[in-house]
Design a protein around this ligand. Structure first.
Ligand code: MTE
Length: 321
């Protein structure tokens, strides 16, 4: 994720190459004056043609969920071609190029550990657990870029309550699907796989913590973590684990992929915090894609402080980075 990128790279370095070339081609062809005539959504669609690595399905009956920001939604075509999903390659465009054949059906998620009612949920069952909500969340990557995405899903607590965590459950450990045959680029990922993540139980049960099954009105594209992932908008993006297959309620703090990879740079909590810099760059500002500059101020807990700050009362957020 971070081994090679500096937040001060030129825009041409950080913009997906195809997007950058398309934009140049477009500007050249239209002439700058003609381009002004194309505005809003049409322009976004032209600049960022949507790439879905498999045929997504429209999700029916989606209602407006709580906590949505009214900030401008990032063009879908950019969000689906600018991904971190190391199982499918380490360049931002790799997941959209390499995950097309990833089999996400049939799919089930095992929920186990310190619970009274361990069970497996098929994808069909998950989709029927609760009304699907659209929640427009800010999504802030530790690399200091950010996007605004209309995710679809429901609070993780809905699923957790069904399995009845026991009093011994203090944390939740999450695990991604891993199949070297379907993910041949895993060898170059530079991280231990399967990808694992973890939350304290109260963080996982917070209503903002989204069990996510779709985006932009449809099921998740493979590169965005199909068919089911977590979205934790107050934490850096790497906590939002993709393509979930196992959820285990546990007594002790679980291991997490980026902490295993580089504990000095990535802690367990990884709450967005403009006052705590990454050892190699400032976290005070972010580059709101598709913007050119790192000039958007980063907000404490990514702007969700009113909802989540109380989870961390009395904690030293410099030590618990
Ligand atoms: N989950 C898995 N299984 N593998 C990954 O490489 N990358 C993480 C996270 N979840 C990752 C993952 C990182 S580093 C980020 S920033 C987000 O996914 C990116 O999510 P997005 O592609 O939807 O923006």
């Amino acid at each position: 994720m971070l081994l090679k990128r500096s937040p001060d790279l030129k825009y041409s370095d950080v913009t997906p190459r195809q997007v950058y070339l398309n934009r140049r081609k477009f500007l050249f062809g239209m002439g700058l004056t003609g381009g002004v005539a194309l505005a809003g959504k049409n322009l976004a669609n032209l600049l960022y043609p949507s790439v879905r690595a498999y045929a997504s399905t429209k999700l029916e009956g989606v209602v407006k969920g709580p906590f949505s920001t009214d900030e401008k939604v990032t063009p879908e075509g950019l969000v689906t071609t600018y991904n971190n999903f190391y199982e499918f390659g380490t360049e931002k465009r790799d997941p959209s190029k390499n995950s097309g054949k990833f089999q996400t059906s049939p799919w089930s998620v095992s929920v186990e550990g310190e619970v009274n009612k361990p069970r497996k949920f098929t994808m069909d069952e998950i989709l029927k657990l609760a009304p699907l909500e659209e929640r427009i969340y800010r999504h802030r990557c530790v690399e200091a870029w950010s996007i605004v995405v209309p995710w679809i899903g429901f609070s993780f607590s809905v699923l957790a309550n069904l399995v009845e965590p026991t009093p011994k459950a203090k944390y939740v450990a999450f695990e991604s699907y891993f199949d070297p045959k379907q993910m041949p680029l895993w060898k170059y990922a530079g991280i231990q796989l399967p990808y694992v993540e973890g939350l304290r139980l109260d963080e996982a049960m917070h209503p903002l913590a989204l069990l996510c099954v779709g985006m932009y009105g449809e099921t998740l594209p493979n590169q965005d973590g199909a068919p089911v992932r977590m979205v934790l908008p107050w934490k850096y993006g790497f906590k939002s684990i993709k393509s979930l297959v196992k959820i285990k309620f546990v007594k002790n703090q679980p291991q997490t992929t980026w902490n295993i990879t580089n504990a000095h740079e990535y802690g367990f909590y990884s709450n967005v915090n403009p006052k705590v810099d990454h050892p190699r760059w400032s976290q005070a500002r972010e580059r709101r894609l598709p913007g050119y500059f790192k000039n958007t101020p980063t907000l404490m807990f990514n702007g969700y402080a009113d909802q989540v700050a109380s989870l961390y009362n009395g904690m030293d957020l410099v030590k618990n980075y």
